[in-house]
Design a protein around this ligand. Structure first.
Ligand code: PRX
Length: 687
């Protein structure tokens, strides 16, 4: 029997019938037009948006070639708009103010809320006025560190409305990481919440913020406002019975007073309750009209040096790209209910929880919780409850839920589903097929969307009404995206082959710079292959032209869809006095995709025991966040280095999986270290 992953899955009939793009011929025509005549292609799309002023200069101008000068990308020169206006006012003015923008599902299923476009507009204006009154102006950076609640959407839109730049930091990052990002962006205003339940775990956001602000002050960043949402008042915490704590939830004992109120530390010089501030604020706030290339937001992503990069996106290009990819990749139509499980703290949440759906006036589910709380059918329960038609999640979530078998899925009526999306890492064909067959009942289109924080929106993706999908392949480029594969020497690989995944010309959503460091932008993405944007991923093209992204080819790893750099983790480890040197590699993991495998060389006089391993894990969590906790820790009496001192990581990756097929190790200064390291491998399941 042929390998079933070679199978082709045609678009579901129910999707193709109504699709914006319902055949490969149509896709090819549109794609060709988008490359040959971007002005005509995007010029049509631009008409759907409100521009206070139309393009006066060049529609597109750019340089992708470092040998010809500095890299720049400019779309829609001279045009003026505001993305918040396009997400809210435009729809309200068109009579759609009463449409639900979000159904909010709290961590606890008892906590639900709905909010319309008109209600959001009022709340956004109020918060915008609060920020203005505190002196926040166009171009200022506002940090946001919040749970998945309505106020997070309000906060980002309020910031965008007044022309300030939001810098959202995922609510799972540690105080160190939050402070590092605030200092780099010089964000003197922060919006946060008191705390949040994530499953049965309490995340004390305000406490983390207080620690972060101390670090900011020590680095001479004077934070003038911390606007705090009182969230704990309005939500239900896990009960002792559900979290298994016999004597009551331990978090509840330490963080709550006798009346059950959540306790927070308060510095009245900076802390202001959100609800008190908005109470007296006007619900009228005119938007600031922004130039196309004015900054919209920055979002930090891992960099191979270990220092995160502030990826900067600008207003018009990002807006039309987020909106268009949302419309086509999910084949969005009015009446759909859309549910993306990503946290807004990551780019997926920016583009496909907030901006893409709202620019299309969509109705979405905003989910605060985790897939397995209070039971493993939570996603499916939500899909049934709201009759979700378009669903978007990550392979790591799919693999987690697959482990519980088909029963938790089959308990629910999921017949409303039409398109299932995947994002964040390569999806293994087994997970793809389970998603399609069990969740989608073999009557959906699955879209494996490849993209990056840097690309702003999908760059390689099937279109659900047009593309015959192959499980594990992201298929073909989106409109405006010109894909090439290069070999090590920068020669283009035509037809079948494998190489560096690069793009030839800019699409509207591409990042414009690394905040405060344009040179780093040029070096990271353009220096290696002049004339191309280099993704840092490898990819294969098969005989039918399908693109298969194979994963990172730099020192980055992808844990549960979150990019981390090995350098970032190594620098956390070597901060511990017992560690002389550390090397970190990725090891395949059945649920997370990849996990962290750390080699540590100890300083004189320390021993490698359970206490030290515990401390090292805590160190990494504290420096980065819980999602970066290493799975494996191994003692390394030495590291495999070349004579010039470079660590040969491919050898470490082999040892991590117990594979002795090392290839050529003759260039190592001391080849015998490889066997020593092999002998020190931790036993399976132990660290
Ligand atoms: O390696 C690719 C992987 O995730 C990286 C981008 O990570 P980040 O900027 O955090 O954005 C994640 C959400 C867009 C890519 O360089 N990646 C993302 N989606 C896919 C993927 N790898 C394979 N297939 C995908 N669909």
């Amino acid at each position: 029997m042929a390998d079933e992953t070679d199978q082709i899955f045609n678009p579901a009939q129910k999707v193709a019938k109504v699709s914006h793009c319902s055949s490969m011929e149509q896709y090819k025509q549109l794609h060709e037009k988008s490359l040959k005549n971007p002005e005509e292609f995007w010029g049509e799309i631009v008409k759907d948006f409100h521009f206070e002023q139309n393009v006066t200069g060049k529609f597109l101008d750019y340089n992708f070639d470092t040998t010809k000068g500095s890299i720049f990308i400019r779309w829609l020169e001279g045009a003026k708009t505001n993305i918040c206006y396009n997400c809210l006012d435009r729809h309200v003015a068109a009579g759609r103010g009463d449409q639900v923008a979000f159904y909010w599902e709290g961590n606890d299923p008892a906590d639900v809320e709905r909010v319309t476009y008109a209600e959001l507009l009022k709340e956004v204006c109020r918060v915008a006025n609060v920020l203005k009154a505190k002196g926040v102006a166009k171009g200022d950076r506002v940090a946001i560190y919040m749970p998945m609640i309505k106020q997070l959407v309000v906060a980002m839109l309020a910031v965008a409305r007044i022309g300030a730049v939001h810098s959202i930091v995922f609510g799972g990052y540690s105080a160190d990481s939050l402070a590092e990002r605030m200092v780099d962006a010089q964000s003197s205003v922060l919006i946060t919440a008191d705390a949040v339940w994530r499953g049965a775990k309490l995340i004390a956001l305000k406490e983390i913020v207080d620690d972060a602000l101390k670090i900011c002050r020590s680095k001479k960043l004077d934070v003038k406002l911390s606007l705090v949402v009182r969230h704990m008042r309005t939500v239900t915490g896990p009960q002792p019975a559900t979290n298994g704590a016999a004597n009551g939830n331990p978090a509840k004992r330490t963080h709550f007073d006798d009346q059950g109120n959540y306790k927070v530390g308060w510095d009245s010089n900076v802390d202001v309750w959100w609800h008190e501030a908005v109470e007296g604020a006007s619900a009228d706030c005119p938007p600031v009209w922004m130039d196309s290339e004015d900054p919209l937001f920055m979002l930090y992503t891992s960099g191979s040096t270990g220092k995160p990069k502030g990826v900067l996106h600008t207003v018009s290009g990002y807006m039309i790209y987020a909106a268009t990819t949302f419309k086509y990749s999910f084949d969005y139509h009015p009446g759909d209910v859309y549910f993306c499980t990503a946290d807004i703290g990551w780019i997926t949440g920016h583009s496909y929880v907030t901006y893409g759906p709202m620019l299309n006036c969509a109705t979405s589910v905003l989910f605060e919780g985790v897939p397995t709380y209070p039971h493993t059918g939570r996603f499916w329960e939500i899909i049934q409850k709201y009759k979700v038609s378009k669903f978007y999640t990550a392979p790591t979530a799919i693999r987690t839920l697959m482990k519980f078998g088909d029963d938790p899925v089959k308990k629910y009526d999921l017949s409303s589903l039409a398109v299932l999306g995947s994002v964040g890492e390569p999806i293994n064909p087994e997970a793809w097929l389970w998603y399609y067959r069990v969740v989608g009942d073999s009557n959906v289109s699955v879209v494996d969307t490849f993209w990056q924080t840097e690309t702003g929106g999908h760059v390689i993706t099937p279109l659900p009404g047009a593309t015959p999908a192959k499980p594990g392949s992201a298929c073909f480029p989106f409109f405006g995206v010109d894909v090439a594969l290069l070999d090590e020497e920068g020669r283009e690989i035509k037809g079948e082959g494998e190489g560096y995944l690069v793009f030839r010309k800019p699409w509207p959503g591409i990042m414009r710079t690394v905040y405060g460091n344009h040179e780093r932008f040029e070096t990271t993405y353009f220096k290696k292959f002049p004339g191309y944007y280099c993704t840092g991923d490898g990819a294969k093209r098969d005989k039918d032209g399908y693109i298969w992204v194979t994963g990172r080819i730099d020192d980055m790893l992808n844990v549960s869809g979150h990019l981390l750099s090995t350098a970032q983790v190594e620098s956390a480890l070597v901060e511990h006095p017992a560690v002389a040197e550390a090397a970190v590699v990725a090891r395949p993991h059945s649920v997370k995709g990849e996990c962290l495998y750390c080699y540590v060389t100890l300083a004189e006089g320390h021993s490698f025991d359970a206490t030290l391993i515990g401390q090292l894990k805590t160190k990494v969590r504290g420096k980065i966040g819980a999602f970066a906790t290493p799975d494996y820790m191994q003692l390394a009496p030495g590291l495999p280095k070349t004579r010039s001192g470079k660590i040969m990581r491919r050898v470490l990756r082999k040892i991590a999986v117990g594979d002795r097929d090392f290839g050529d190790i003759s260039t190592l200064a001391d080849p015998s270290i490889v066997e020593v390291l092999f002998q020190h491998r931790p036993q399976e399941g132990k660290v």
